[in-house]
Write a protein that binds this ligand. Sequence first.
Ligand SMILES: C[S@@+](CC[C@H](N)C(=O)[O-])C[C@H]1O[C@@H](n2cnc3c(N)ncnc32)[C@H](O)[C@@H]1O
Length: 289
Amino acid sequence: MAILFRVTTGSPRIKIVNLTHQKGSLREGEPVVLVDRKDREYLTCLDLKRPILIRGGTINVIDVIGRDEGSVVRSSLNEPFLVFRPSFPQLIPNLPRSAQVIYPKDIGPILIWADLFPGARVVEAGVGAGALSMALLRAIGDSGELISYEIREDFAALARKNVAKYYGPVSNWSLKIGDVATQWEHKDVDRVVLDLPEPWQVIDAAWKGLRPGGILLCYLPTVLQVKTLVDGLRNDQRFACIETMETLMRFWHVKGMSMRPQHRMVAHTGFLTSARRLADGQKDIPRAP
Ligand SMILES: C[S@@+](CC[C@H](N)C(=O)[O-])C[C@H]1O[C@@H](n2cnc3c(N)ncnc32)[C@H](O)[C@@H]1O
């Protein structure tokens, strides 16, 4: 049986402001990223009860609260750090995790190729540390609805904690613990985003849950998984516009006269496969033999 956790904090009369959208000077309880002189990032939260332990020194939280983002703060060892609210690309790689999170380089294309929009009704699985969940929540906005499935209760607990701590209160997120392939309950869904090892097991449930024209997008790390998925979608014959892609992102070193690609890159993460649900009972689908 699926266990439902509706994550609701805050009264509906109070306007919920997500932590990622905050402006103004830094406040207690907010997540911040500290950046050292070598651009290394340290993610933490402003908790008055806990000094920030960083690179062998400490920073008193009281010295950070009330400062503007982009201020320089110094540790007890007099080492300077810049302090910001974390942007999404700063947050995700530094997020406490259980399973592998989806990298920002893939989250960007996922949001566009799954055609996420404010107000969308979305089913997501698996949740892992909740990195993608936060991106989906941000894309659908307060008027959308996100229903997430995670098979492991301990992973779901971490995701819930991460979302509360680094994203903020949400009233439009339901986190279900269970196998999405067998426990899917929702109809009339606009988008389905899957980050789990065997998405072909979910094709039938996704077809039943999606509205006609809805989009299924799957993230997979290996080509054999992609082949099994695409063969499954083609054989099913109830999806069209099936596309597979990957994103390569290479950062550059730009300093003085030295301009070149950085020596290291995250060369491979995963492939995205998207497909659109057909209307019920379609025959004679235009398709090359
Ligand atoms: C790679 S992790 C997801 C990471 C997540 N997208 C993120 O960005 O943090 C894959 C997750 O899928 C979950 N999972 C695997 N099979 C599942 C299924 N059939 N239903 C629901 N969750 C599943 C795993 O427990 C794991 O947490």
